[in-house]
Design a protein around this ligand. Sequence first.
Ligand code: COA
Length: 185
Amino acid sequence: MTIRLEVPHDAAAVDDILDRSFAPGRERKTAYRLRDGVPPIPSLSFVNVLPGGGVAATLRFWPIAIGWDRVPAILLGPLAVDPALQGLGFGKALMRHGLAAAAEEGHRIVVLVGDPGYYEPFGFTRAMAENLALPGPVEAHRFLARELVAGSLQGVHGMIQRVEPEPAFVPPCRLSGAGLAFAEP
Ligand SMILES: CC(C)(COP(=O)(O)OP(=O)(O)OC[C@H]1O[C@@H](n2cnc3c(N)ncnc32)[C@H](O)[C@@H]1OP(=O)(O)O)[C@@H](O)C(=O)NCCC(=O)NCCS
């Protein structure tokens, strides 16, 4: 199996896998309050592709911030494998790849909402998320966290917040006698 970065062309296939892997209404889950209108981190958005080029699985991470100090962290997920291909190792391979890439990029804290039985072998625990809160209802036992750098969650507590995307660049302009004009460099 091959894992590569997601490209814009994959969007429809990824959406299709998400629609078929999760129950309808996934966008109403609390985790989506942190994702809505925020693009996933492009360098941490991966797909698992089949030899023919088809997308078999998807994993994305989102930027988040924790507490008053806005400690930077990342939200893992959604992770989803094409239902026809589940149980073949695609999910685990994406998890290993994604976490290694996140660590390499210098991220220190990862949180997620998911089945503990699946994520605990990757180092996620409920205890690590004990002092964190999500901006909406969630089953507490499914709210997990992991340090990518030991000690990164020490003293970190509070509400997990969205990280809004940078506003699009708008060229500076000035008023002139003739109306608006672009500023000279
Ligand atoms: C959960 C999911 C990502 C796992 O990926 P996968 O490629 O099917 O699974 P893998 O082949 O990597 O791993 C299979 C192992 O995980 C276990 N597993 C699969 N789903 C699990 C779950 N929800 N809870 C606990 N263990 C699970 C299997 O029992 C199997 O265990 P084994 O290795 O001891 O036999 C995939 O089944 C999926 O997309 N499910 C629907 C969407 C979802 O629930 N996403 C995760 C929540 S964000």
